[in-house]
Design a protein around this ligand. Structure first.
Ligand code: SAM
Length: 256
């Protein structure tokens, strides 16, 4: 288990460091960044190029369209990030392999709230953002990169995917969300989607707030929310519902 004595830090390797912090510089994540609750380091992969054109890509072996990020350049960028001082001066350097090394990739394992929770509990990941047709397979293997997808669609680069992952982690860091409880009841926290939310006005275009929510009866409100969560999950995410209802099923105690 990683010590929480160090500040959570995301190191992003990208061809477009100017894209950062971007949306991570505003609102909840931005305020937390400004107040030092987490650290963001965007490093330019191109700084590890060795030729005078600073090339980072080449044509795919075996032919085909597009370009591929070179293994040697990307490996050098990862090694340089590992060797760099980590954030605040008093922070010990990361040892290679100390923290998760992620590669944003449409063919990766889909990102889940439970993986986000694990990443937020550690010292923070190193994240490689792919471009072009992707990255040379050998660097994935040689540097132990964990491929992570944010959905079954193809973005033009890993930066927006990395931002989504970082945002999901940062809001779970201690002190970032105003009310810690708000994380506990959200979608996916218990394998269910969140119940519908309402606020004033009491009536909007002829639609009142469900009476239970204004009854002041906390037990009934909790039961209503639970039932709504379950109904929504069953209707919209049968995959999640199958897991949840499997967990709730009593275990067969007559085995053997
Ligand atoms: N040729 C690749 C394929 O078919 O799997 C797609 C490459 S994509 C144009 C360029 C980069 O965008 C990828 O290397 C990856 O870093 C990022 N990317 C695209 N879609 C993504 C997704 N759904 N999740 C995470 N990263 C993604």
């Amino acid at each position: 288990m990683t010590s929480k004595a160090t500040t959570w830090r995301a190191t992003v390797l990208t061809l477009f460091p100017d894209m950062f912090p971007g949306p991570l510089g505003v609102s909840l994540a931005g305020k937390a960044l400004a107040s030092g609750l987490w650290v963001l380091e965007a490093r330019d992969i191109r700084d590890s190029a060795t030729d005078r054109h600073r090339s980072v890509d080449d044509t795919p072996a075996g032919g085909g369209p597009g370009m591929v990020l070179r293994a040697d350049v990307l490996a050098a960028a990862i090694d340089a990030a590992d060797a760099a001082p980590g954030g605040p001066k008093d922070r010990p350097r990361d040892r290679p392999g100390d923290r998760p090394r992620l590669l944003m990739s449409p063919r990766g394992r889909p990102l889940t709230q439970s993986r986000v929770t694990e990443l937020a509990a550690g010292s923070g990941p190193l994240i490689v953002c792919g471009r072009f047709e992707g990255v040379d397979q050998r660097v994935i293997e040689a540097r132990g990169l964990e491929e992570v997808s944010i959905g079954d669609y193809v973005l033009s680069g890993g930066e927006i995917a990395a931002m989504a992952l970082i945002d999901a982690c940062v809001r779970l860091l201690p002190g970032v969300m105003g009310k810690q409880a708000s994380g506990a009841e959200e979608s996916f926290s218990e394998g269910l989607l969140e119940y519908p939310q309402y606020t004033r006005p009491q009536e909007f275009e002829g639609r009142p707030i469900p009476e239970i929510l204004t009854s002041g009866d906390h037990a009934r409100v909790a039961a209503w929310r639970r039932a709504e969560s379950e109904a929504l999950t069953r209707a919209r995410r049968p995959d999640l519902w199958a897991i949840k209802s499997g967990q709730n099923r009593p275990k067969n105690t007559t085995d053997g």
